[in-house]
Design a protein around this ligand. Structure first.
Ligand code: NBG
Length: 810
């Protein structure tokens, strides 16, 4: 039915009355939110069912994107936008006296991820549905999402995120008890000969019921809805009596209780491994069950199924797929292996050693002995196949099991037909360094897929004013087809348009200033430069480099309060893993520096430092449109891609960047004149590793500025950081500064002076900003997923793009 305001209001009131037996005037925001979600869901459910039927009818190849993290944030606005209902709902609510923003605020962030990796998975889900690809997500329904961060006396304190317990709960999920599967864990396994194949006999194993909760992934104006399937662990009915106490039940239920913010202790690691096997096994079993329902034989399954391994956490997909093809379908090893490799593909998201997972053999044996047996056999055959053909040392370096450990990245590369990095520089590093031996073995498997972002969320929803002035110039087609944003470049000399850009930015900064005041009590000047660094807190991302410059500026201003600098507001948002001591010390130092600076009237408010608590997707949506400067200052070679760099440029921020991750490609797009580059290159960093010629202590001794700034960490200049200041001081001096902070410091100061100078020329600034907005379209995740679809998964788009008219019916 064609949707109009009157009809919508009528239906909304009716639904509210059916659900809660009340009128609009008596309803709470939660009730209004719940009613709206219910209407939205009933509308897209029709398309959801139809999408599924179309897949079946056409016998479409299905892709399953396995990721231990999905970080969608809030879904209401994004669903309304994609359905073509957004404006209509705002207008209708206004007419009946409801404040839409207050209703939308009721929704809890779905924070089932830590950072970039999980958010990328969520942006991909949006793009895949919007481009009409038959791709489903497969993950875990954590009862507690990423912790809520509070600052107490400047320290990070973690509180549980009970998102499912909030009044709004998860309005979007559908529990599908009928699709549950059983996951087997622990115990022992024996192989017995039976009718020419080996049958595994499990003893003392634990059976876990895996129940899927499906969330619709709504495509943009195309009536195409995919599924994000999240698994929850429960006790199977048949064995309920074996778990009489709450403690006993928790052994099972805990598997899907918390999202791991780190895995630095043994108990945490065991549970983490269980989580990995749990969602891998549940997902792979349900894929094969579904496939068999519609196909007679399984030996060509790779023609209809593709499984994507997002980072190493789901790497056991390789072994689990083999297990089912061998133990349950009785395929020969060779046939099963051929199908497995053709089905699997893998994305690497980091070169940081600590994130390339390995598992101790006894632990894997304890969690899933059959999977260990299969991995051992894959390893054995891999070695046997290469023996005599390849250098023995290369074989040792690449095998899956070595040094008492199982190397998950090796399993993922060996067991799949495609391995990709997430930015060109990162992929080059995989080939030349981290996975170099594998590149020698399988050059054809390696490819690059530079990350992307969903322009719908990060521009249309986060920055409606900017979107509106773009409409005035380009019409609305860019909303369907991101590439058209490029045309904005032609307005580079259109002074009126440049002024409009500046006005929009100012409005966004005023809004953020208000939020800052509400949350921190600190007043900031919206005409100052808003300098933003938002990302997980990690030494390699170098929030510390930013902090050292802030301290330098402060010391300069104390010496000379009339110093002519452009006023700046430094804005941080970052969570540190709870056990990452050093990162938490950096948080404490930033907070104490902020307290000192923000309350020192002698510097006349020329700089302010704001660390906003609890950085999450919703906060990112508020900070990004207000940013002037985007800090992308990781040590070259360490940041695989980064995606906040893309979101910030899309919103007109100018980037201060090292030649790292996707910054390199951003520079290629906007040109060296429209970005502020500084710092060591990857080659220079690697040269230091090789010749050991970096001695950070020399910088402390010989560079007066550095000396003075580092002393401020330990001489009481910044109060309340006696321990943390020393810890950081030592890391930068005696421990030789792993991430070259001191080496890059001077160059960073130089480039920041250039930022000031450029900001003084507002016209030039707006022109640079415009180029950044126009060129950001190259980083649309719509484009990225098309490349995954055609070059890795070999699937086609099945939805028609209908334009604005294919809204979703009521
Ligand atoms: C992160 C990288 C980022 C990258 C995202 C998404 C992990 C393991 N890696 O640079 O650090 O942008 O993945 O690819 O979270």
């Amino acid at each position: 039915m064609e949707l109009d305001k009157t009809l919508f209001i009528e239906n909304f009131k009716k639904r509210l009355s059916q659900k809660y037996a009340i009128d609009v005037s008596d309803a709470t925001n939660s009730e209004l939110y719940d009613t709206l979600c219910s209407l939205v869901k009933s509308s897209y459910s029709v398309s959801w069912r139809q999408t599924w039927k179309d897949y079946l009818k056409e016998n479409e190849k299905q892709v399953y994107y396995f990721s231990i993290e999905f970080l969608p944030g809030k879904l209401l606005k994004s669903n309304l936008l994609n359905m073509g209902w957004y404006q209509l709902v705002i207008d209708s609510f206004k007419e009946i006296g409801i404040d839409f923003e207050q209703v939308a605020a009721v929704e809890p962030d779905m924070a089932l991820g830590n950072g970039g990796l999980g958010r990328l998975a969520a942006d991909f889900m949006d793009s895949l549905a919007s481009e009409g690809y038959p791709v489903n997500g497969n993950g875990i329904r954590y009862r507690y999402g990423l912790f809520k961060q509070r600052f107490v006396n400047g320290y990070q304190v973690e509180l549980p995120d009970e998102w499912l317990k909030t009044a709004a709960g998860n309005a979007w999920e559908i529990r599908r008890a009928s699709k549950a599967v059983t996951v087997t864990m622990g115990g022992h396994v024996e192989l017995v000969q039976k009718n020419g194949y080996l049958e595994p006999i499990y003893k003392d194993a634990t059976l876990i019921k895996a129940v899927p909760y499906d969330v619709g992934m709504v495509g943009y104006h195309n009536q195409h809805v995919n599924t994000l399937r999240l698994w929850s662990a429960e006790i199977p009915e048949a064995v309920e009596s074996c778990y009489p106490t709450i403690e006993a039940r928790r052994q099972i239920e805990d598997i899907t209780t918390v999202l791991y913010p780190d895995d630095s202790n043994e108990a945490g690691r065991r549970l983490r491994l269980k989580q990995e096997y749990f969602f891998v096994s549940a997902g792979v079993q349900s894929i094969i069950r579904h496939y068999k329902k519609y196909h007679e034989t399984i030996d060509q399954i790779s023609q209809r199924v593709a499984i994507h391994i997002n980072d190493t956490h789901p790497a056991m997909c390789v072994a689990e797929f083999m297990r089912i093809l061998l133990d349950e379908e009785h395929l020969s090893w060779e046939k099963a292996w051929e199908q497995t490799v053709k089905t699997m593909s893998y994305t690497n998201h980091t070169i940081m050693a600590e994130a390339l997972e390995t598992w101790d053999i006894p632990l894997l044996n304890e969690i899933q002995p059959r999977i260990l047996q299969i991995i051992a056999e894959i390893d054995h055959r891999f070695v046997a196949h290469l023996a005599g053909k390849m250098d023995g040392q290369l074989i040792e370096r690449t095998r899956i099991i070595s040094g008492g450990k199982v190397h998950m990245a090796h399993l993922a590369v060996i067991g799949s037909h495609s391995t990709n990095g997430v930015a060109q520089l990162h992929t080059d590093l995989l080939k030349s360094d981290v996975l170099q031996d594998f590149y020698t073995l399988y050059p054809e498997r390696f490819n690059n897929k530079t990350n992307g972002i969903a322009l719908r969320r990060w521009l249309q929803l986060a920055n409606p004013e900017l979107a509106a002035i773009i409409d005035q110039k380009l019409g609305r087609n860019w909303r369907q087809n991101a590439c058209q944003l490029q045309q904005l470049q032609q307005y580079n000399t259109d002074e009126q348009f440049l002024k409009k850009l500046a006005v929009v930015k100012l409005h966004n900064k005023q809004r953020l200033a208000k939020l800052i005041e509400e949350r921190t009590g600190v007043t900031v000047d919206p005409t100052a430069i808003f300098d933003v660094q938002i990302k997980r807190l990690h030494a390699y991302k170098r929030q510390l480099l930013n902090l050292l410059r802030i301290i330098k500026l402060y010391l300069d201003l104390k010496e000379n309060p009339d110093l002519a600098i452009v006023p700046r507001v430094f804005i941080f948002g970052a969570k540190a893993a709870p056990s990452y001591h050093y990162a938490k010390s950096i948080i404490k130092c930033i907070n104490e520096t902020a307290a000192l600076i923000n309350h020192d009237s002698t510097i006349q408010g020329k700089i302010k430092v704001i660390f906003l608590e609890n950085y999450d997707v919703s906060l990112a949506e508020q900070i990004i449109p207000a940013a002037d400067i985007s800090e992308q200052i990781s040590t070259a070679s360490k940041e695989a891609s980064g995606t906040s760099n893309m979101k910030l440029m899309l919103n007109g921020a100018l980037t201060v960047a090292t030649l790292d991750g996707a910054n390199v490609e951003i520079k290629e797009q906007v040109g060296a004149d429209n970005i502020f580059m500084f710092g060591l290159t990857k080659q220079e960093v690697y040269r230091y590793y090789q010749d050991h010629s970096y001695h950070s202590l020399d910088y402390y001794h010989h560079n007066l500025v550095i000396h003075r700034v580092l002393d401020a960490l330990i001489d009481g200049t910044i109060p309340n950081i006696a321990a943390e200041g020393h810890e950081i001081f030592d890391s930068l001096t005696y421990l030789n500064d792993d991430y070259f902070v001191l080496r890059d410091f001077e160059d960073y100061l130089r480039i920041q002076d250039q930022v000031d100078e450029t900001y003084r020329d507002q016209k030039k600034w707006q022109q640079m900003s415009l180029i950044n907005i126009a060129k950001a379209c190259h980083f649309s995740s719509d484009i990225t997923v098309k490349k995954y679809a055609s070059e890795i998964w070999q699937v086609r788009s099945v939805a028609q793009k209908g334009g604005v008219n294919i809204g979703y019916p009521l």
